[in-house]
Unconditional design. Structure first.
Length: 277
């Protein structure tokens, strides 16, 4: 049931929000002793428990769709373990809260305090378990791109995943200051994504900032500006700014003035353009 798997992040985020909200309402009750606050916290815990159960089973559907991704098995097991802990913790918290509300008035004051803090401790533990579950799930999304494997693929979705893959790889190599690898990857992107103007602008910026090669950067930026259809777009603005900086680097006053005037004509409200005046 792919549709159920696609609902997993929605249901999971719903659970993440409800437990802390219920816990906050429960803590506020301690200072006001208004009974409706206790009932509200119990209601939130009940809905959170139900959503966690649904999240657990929808997660199993996700696992059936992404288990073929190389290396993903251990990450799924960790996420599933914490999901199970979170689910049972939420159920336990709900039961404890119900009994606290049911029997607190018939208990001694000392026992009321113990019961209150027992529920509070259970709520804090449950919040921690949900936090760990979300962290492990986030690792699955960021490290293994499981979201892309769950959805039905289209040409556009594959293209977006390719953009993300190349961008993340570029950032990793730039952070490691592996200049030859970055240069090589940009060449690969030129072949694989010849029409993508964002990567071309990044490549030009890399050429004149890291390799001190503004001449090649200007050639790429000219190609980029020719590809961009809308002269009012963000990409067009970014390309013009990069071109202005490249001209500045080679002290080409004529080129600077031409691009500066183009920026003023097209983007007069830009903070950067205002700084050029």
């Amino acid at each position: 049931m792919q549709w159920f798997a696609e609902l997993h992040p929605v249901i999971a985020h719903f659970s993440i929000a409800l437990i802390p909200a219920g816990l906050l309402v429960y803590i506020i009750y301690r200072f006001t002793y208004q009974e409706w606050l206790l009932n509200t916290s119990l209601t939130l815990f009940v809905f959170s428990s139900l959503s966690l159960v649904l999240s657990y089973f929808s997660g199993e559907q996700v696992e059936s769709l992404v288990s073929g991704i190389p290396g993903v098995h251990d990450a799924i097991e960790q996420h599933a373990l914490w999901a199970s802990i979170s689910t049972w913790s939420a159920v336990g918290l709900t039961v404890l809260t119900f009994f606290y509300i049911r029997f607190k008035d018939s208990a001694l004051r000392f026992n009321q305090d113990i019961s209150y803090f027992l529920v509070l401790a259970a709520g804090i533990w449950c919040s921690y378990a949900i936090l760990m579950t979300g962290t492990k799930g986030g690792n699955l999304v960021s490290d293994y791109h499981v979201a892309g494997a769950v959805r039905e693929h289209t040409q556009e979705s594959i293209k977006r995943q390719t953009y993300a893959y190349y961008y993340n790889k570029l950032q990793y190599m730039i952070d490691k200051n592996d200049i030859p690898a970055v240069y090589s990857l940009f060449r690969e992107i030129e072949i694989q994504l010849p029409e993508n103007t964002d990567f071309k602008i990044m490549q030009a910026q890399f050429l004149f900032q890291q390799l001190n090669n503004p001449a090649e950067a200007l050639t790429i930026l000219d190609q980029t500006l020719n590809l961009i259809k809308d002269p009012k777009s963000r990409q067009y603005y970014d390309a013009l700014v990069a071109k202005y900086k490249a001209y500045t680097m080679i002290n080409d006053t004529t080129g600077q003035l031409a691009i500066k005037q183009r920026l003023i004509d097209l983007f007069p409200e830009s903070a950067y353009v205002k700084s050029l005046r």
